[in-house]
Write a protein that binds this ligand. Sequence first.
Ligand SMILES: [Mg+2]
Length: 216
Amino acid sequence: MVCPVPPGLPPPTPARPVTYNQMPTMRVLIADDDPIIRLDLKQMLENLGYEVVAEAGDGQQALTMARELKPDICILDVKMPHMDGIEVVKVLTEETIAPAILLTAYSDQELVDRAKDAGVFAYLVKPFKPSDLPPAIEIARSRYEQNIRLSTEVGSLSERLEARKLVDRAKGILMDQQKLSEAEAYRRIQQQSMNLRKTMREVAEAVILANSVSSA
Ligand SMILES: [Mg+2]
């Protein structure tokens, strides 16, 4: 039903244009030493409604720009001159500047492990499609926000990464056993943590322990 506007009231303001994820426009930093890929990526992101606030051609430049502009997300090539993508991610994580997605042409396990330890939140394997970008961006952003909440519980980066790994494992168990989505599993852990006045890490450890007992 359409309600008429009572006389004397201003007309309703038109709805804001809706972006892909119905969130405020995300400000993205992109870095790749290949200008063609940079151009492509920028175009894809802008077509999807993201705002590209910075473009860097190497890791050092990416870091300088990220520190200055505080983007919502950084999309970084792995192989870049001066500083590779993984080293940049490490600093971005240590200084809690922004979450990062790594662009990689390799499905190399050693690289993936190094990236995990540096705190990478999502990957895209080249060549990627425009439709790959929004899910990767949303995963990275939401994991980053979860991580920030975790960081209020634990201090150092290595403790934080360890806590995140445990929470990720516990989420996996809950997703598997209770058929929950990742977000639901996370909320369950967060809820228990508040109810029981335990850290999320402690709740995660309890979930993992209970699982190992039940599957022993
Ligand atoms: Mg490269």
